[in-house]
Write a protein that binds this ligand. Structure first.
Ligand code: UD1
Ligand code: MG
Length: 462
């Protein structure tokens, strides 16, 4: 029997006070709805149906490259009405899992358990909590059998005391959903069509009702406003932090870590506060990430040190290299072994060979730099002529003096030395000194001018 998944996402989300549809608000760098879809997809369903409201197009666009089915629910008349709109796409011989676009941290493990343990009949994820206010309550008889779900607004005083709540996540046989949902009426305080009514229908028909608690508390956290979004974000990040620490990573503060993608780590890694990891990041054994660093799509070899306040994007760094503080490594940067990149250095689309150093205030773009090269402070590869980009090649063991401009395209031969302050626009021969200006003249007779003391000769502002 196949599994079909229906994700309800038609709610307006007015409490978010945002023009962005609620389910598109990013959580850990991707839309909330994407988290639900990823968890759902891991169950290998026959298909995933997303029920959308007014902003259907924006949602559909955001997931244009994914295999999803969309149905529209306008106006929104309740959770049963939402499922009604999806019914034509559901076969009677399938099991149907109902999820919510605004309950983003639902885990595949919890859903797997619900699917495995609900042998037949209806499965519901429920949770006993200290403050159940606002949520639907699970009403049981004296033997503990589930009778129905009652919403906060419809609950009697006695029922309001119940602490077991309905998370709204159900597993229902398709034929029963087809039978029950069209029968649901809106005779309740909110005049809405409540999907929760299927629970009472199941109980009355003697259908088995299986309840399961979520494996992790964050599984069932819902997002209705910005404060809840921030709470769910932190819950997610603590989960990431705990998983990293379980692998032996030392975190300066698990409360100040943001993983917005996939972070693969080896042992002996240290991560200081306020690090942000985006896309796919790999940190091999012994890496040290300083405070306030952003690493996006980066692969770091063993014992790489990134000092405070660096921004790395689409980079590969070999073992034992050091970067920063305050360095920006832009896409296409490849650093060899034991390379040192220091403060206020920007590198783009460049390969830097083993043991080379670019320690201060430099721009290196569109360049291939060999091994054991020293790039002095303030060196600039002038790669752009206003229309096209050009390449700079610097061969092994070159020494480039401070404040040098290399006007590309240009090649600096092996072992060459370029004197400080040079502007070089021709290829530089190997193993010799190149200097593009005369060194200062010196004079023993020269004296520093003195301020005139005669009143008629007062200096005007220059
Ligand atoms: C629902 C449950 C309640 C449960 C709670 C858990 C019902 C009647 N009640 O209440 O028992 O404790 O969830 O959070 O189901 N939606 C639509 N179309 C609609 C209405 C809702 O797609 O017409 C979607 C919303 O976008 C949301 C989800 O369904 O993702 C839940 O709707 P919401 O209005 O938040 O239901 P609750 O009142 O919280
Ligand atoms: Mg809700």
């Amino acid at each position: 029997m196949g599994l079909k998944i229906v994700v309800l996402a038609a709610g307006q989300g007015t409490r978010m006070k945002s023009s962005l549809p609620k389910v598109l608000h990013p959580l850990a760098g991707k839309p909330m709805l994407a988290h639900v879809i990823d968890a759902a997809r891991a169950l290998s369903p026959t298909s995933i149906i997303v029920v959308c409201g007014h902003q259907k197009q924006a949602i559909q666009q955001a997931f244009a490259n994914q295999a999803l089915e969309f149905v529209e629910q306008v106006p929104q008349q309740g959770t049963a009405d939402a499922v009604l709109k999806a019914l034509p796409k559901i076969n009677t011989n399938e099991k149907v899992l109902i999820l919510y676009g605004d309950v983003p941290l639902i885990s595949t493990e919890t859903l797997n358990q619900l699917v495995e343990k609900t042998k037949d009949g209806l499965g519901i994820i429920t949770l006993t909590m200290g403050n159940p206010f606002g949520l639907g309550r699970i009403v049981r008889d004296n033997n503990g059998n589930v009778l129905k779900v009652v919403e906060q607004k419809d609950a009697t005083e006695q029922e309001q005391k119940i602490c077991e709540i309905n998370t709204g996540i159900y597993l229902v046989p398709g034929h029963l959903l087809h039978k029950w949902v069209p029968q649901i009426q809106n005779k309740n305080k909110q005049n809405e069509f409540y999907l929760t009514d299927i629970v009472e229908m199941a109980a009355k028909e003697g259908i088995n009702i299986f309840t399961l608690a979520p494996l992790h508390i964050e599984d069932i956290l819902g997002v209705n406003d910005q404060a809840q979004l921030a709470q769910v974000e932190r819950a997610y990040q603590y989960k990431m932090a705990n998983a990293l620490m379980a692998k032996g990573v030392t975190l300066a503060d698990p409360g100040r870590l943001d993983v917005r993608g996939k972070l693969d780590v080896q042992s002996e890694v240290f991560i200081d506060i306020n690090a942000i990891f985006e896309g796919q990041v790999t940190l091999k054994k012994g890496c040290h990430i300083g405070p306030n660093c952003i690493l996006k799509n980066a692969t770091l070899g063993e014992n790489v040190t990134v000092l405070a306040n660096c921004y790395l994007e689409d980079v590969t760094i070999d073992d034992n290299a050091t970067v920063g503080p305050f360095a920006r490594l832009r896409p296409g940067t490849k650093l060899g072994q034991s390379v040192r990149v220091g403060n206020f250095v920007e590198i783009k689309n460049a390969t830097i060979g083993n043991h080379s150093k670019i320690n201060h205030l430099s721009y290196v773009g569109d360049a291939t730099i060999g091994n054991d090269v020293n790039i002095g402070a303030g060196t600039i590869t002038c790669n752009y002529d206003g229309a096209n980009k050009h390449h700079t090649i610097i061969e092994d063991e070159v020494f480039i003096g401070s404040d040098t401009q290399l006007i590309a395209p240009i090649r600096v031969g092996k072992g060459a030395t370029i004197g400080a302050g040079s502007t070089v626009n021709k290829d530089v021969p190997e193993n010799q000194l190149t200097l593009t200006h005369q060194l200062n003249q010196r004079s023993k007779k020269w004296a520093r001018p003195k301020k005139s003391t005669t009143p008629n000769n007062k200096q005007e502002n220059p």
